[in-house]
Design a binder for this molecule. Structure first.
Ligand code: GTP
Ligand code: MG
Length: 271
């Protein structure tokens, strides 16, 4: 049976979204130009791969909130949010020949806030003249430092010269399949053991918060529940550390994760 998936292409203006869309499909459906604001209305086309029927949607370039007062931008924002809500997966496109801007950060946050799985594409690498490695590290560092609840390996391409179509289609297939699974209690709690044996939460008010049991309760969005004692005392730093380690341990990439901490009531506290 074919599975339908919705995949949106999101990014600020002029980063090469439409070029990327066309090259992935091997056609010239969406208009490309060097003038920012070329795409306004969403353009979609279906690409079949294995048992997936991928509805690929090219969207207009989104500007920062503070700069989105023009009529056209309002339209693009409206369409993007509408599309984002029904997306199974998002291609977030950035310009590799440029620095990371506030516009990029705001857009990426929008995608994560909707708890969407995402593939990060760094485009236009043909324009990077020297020290590509340094540039790659710059982007990798940005994502690993700022977003603990998702593990990302940015993919570096030139949509113009080589979009890496087969590689990307396989990635979509992989992420789609793993995002529908529930991970067993055994596997999740094995990870919990490994993480907490190395780094326990710090003491707070003379007692130590303890995570006793972890359960994967939902896929898409991926939600875990952590049960234990004194979990309201868990600090933000530890939570960030814990979620990151969990993702690394379970090798969960491209999926945004939420952990809900639930305090077990201590039965001996009853009077
Ligand atoms: N050098 C280089 N130029 C590229 C690449 N990808 C796209 N471009 C160019 O960048 C410009 C913008 O490309 P588009 O695909 O229209 O960008 P877009 O993100 O769809 O732009 P909007 O629809 O306006 O938001 C065009 O001149 C493209 O030819 C690339 O990999 N390398
Ligand atoms: Mg476009």
């Amino acid at each position: 049976m074919t599975k339908n998936i919705n995949l949106s292409i999101i990014g600020k203006p002029n980063v090469g979204k439409s070029t990327f869309f066309n090259k992935l499909l091997g056609s010239n459906i969406s208009k490309v130009s060097d003038i920012s604001g070329t795409t306004v209305f969403p353009i979609s086309h279906v690409k079949n791969f294995k048992d997936l029927s991928i509805n690929l949607v090219d969207l207009g370039g989104l500007k920062r909130k503070s700069k989105s007062y023009e009529k056209q931008q309002k339209m693009i924002t409206f369409e993007t949010i509408k599309q984002l809500k029904i997306s199974d997966l998002v291609f977030f496109i950035m310009d590799g020949s440029d620095e990371i801007t506030k516009n990029d950060k705001q857009l990426f946050k929008l995608i994560l806030n909707q708890l969407k799985n995402v593939i990060v594409i760094i485009n236009k690498i043909d324009l990077i003249k020297n020290d590509i490695k340094k540039k790659e590290n710059y982007f990798k560092f940005f994502f690993s430092q700022n977003y603990p609840n998702i593990l990302l390996k940015p993919i570096f391409i030139s949509a113009l010269k080589n979009v890496r179509r087969e590689f990307l289609l396989k990635k979509i297939f992989e992420i789609y399949n793993s995002s529908n699974l529930l991970i067993s209690n055994q596997q999740v709690n094995q990870a919990l053991k490994i993480i907490t044996q190395k780094h326990q939460p710090v003491y707070s008010k003379k007692s130590r918060p303890i995570i006793k049991f972890l359960k994967h309760v939902n896929s898409k969005p991926m939600i875990f529940k952590a049960f234990g004692n004194k979990l309201t005392h868990l600090g933000k730093d530890y939570k960030n550390f814990f979620i990151k380690k969990l993702l690394e341990n379970l090798k969960i990439y491209n999926q945004v994760v939420v952990i809900k901490y639930i305090n077990n009531k201590n039965p001996y506290n009853k009077k």
